[in-house]
Design a protein around this ligand. Sequence first.
Ligand code: NAP
Length: 257
Amino acid sequence: MSKPLEGKVALVTGGSRGIGRAIAQKLAEDGATVAVHYGRNGKSAEEAVAAIKAKGGKAFAIGADLTAKDAAQKLFAAFDAEGKKAGGNGKFDILVNNAGIAPLVGFAETTEAQLDELLAVNVRAPFFIAQEALKRLNDGGRIVNLSSVVARLPAKGLAAYSLTKPAIDSLTKSLAFDLGTRNINVNAVAPGVIQTDMTAAFTGSKEADEGVMSGQALKRIGQGDDIADVVAFLAGPGARWITGQTIEVSGGTTITL
Ligand SMILES: NC(=O)c1ccc[n+]([C@@H]2O[C@H](COP(=O)([O-])OP(=O)(O)OC[C@H]3O[C@@H](n4cnc5c(N)ncnc54)[C@H](OP(=O)(O)O)[C@@H]3O)[C@@H](O)[C@H]2O)c1
């Protein structure tokens, strides 16, 4: 039976760890060749690529630090170089803007440097990666951006991180409209708390997990594959008539007062 993403090429920013790694794995299982991006930790990306290949998938790693001003150009220079070695022609079909940071710092303590870094990685990078991607994305392609439940309800004590995700929802709608003429669908996925390095400080112990679950309708801690399955759906043929939407994937986080 043919796979839904057979013949497609995908690029997952921050595909080396956490949610991004689960997305890269799922897209590869669905048949795509996946460029697994990383920032500073090439070893994690190589492990992610090896895990995909071990299951019969196709993947290659590309590095680019998204705090850099010309990050998008550097990322695509690496994509072109490594993609060519993997038999690619520089074109691709699916962009997942997933890389992000969430320093645990309250409003009063946030420095200008911390806010600049957050805006660079979580907002400026996806904006210019999408812009640069336009030259390479095939018509009929897909963009999926990683938003968060904090776009709907800011997280207590995380003012700086929380303000970056409404920007992603806004960008998702703007791009969806602009790219509709090329039949490129643009959507966002907004996770609740997912167990990754990013949330290690407030998941993993019985007490912490119970605190997280108390705000959710579904009583377990979300995992990367809970998000990856929805991203893969949005990247696949079944989502052809969905664009400009943010889909919350959070086990029903704060759905009642
Ligand atoms: N986990 C959650 O509960 C949760 C909830 C809602 C939304 N999200 C969103 O989901 C996305 C993934 O989160 P996660 O929990 O999987 O995070 P994570 O486990 O901390 O992984 C972050 C990924 O982003 C990359 N990255 C970080 N800084 C970078 C930089 N300066 N340049 C290039 N790449 C960089 C990392 O690569 P390196 O290790 O190489 O730097 C890594 O691959 C983020 O956009 C996050 O805001 C997460």
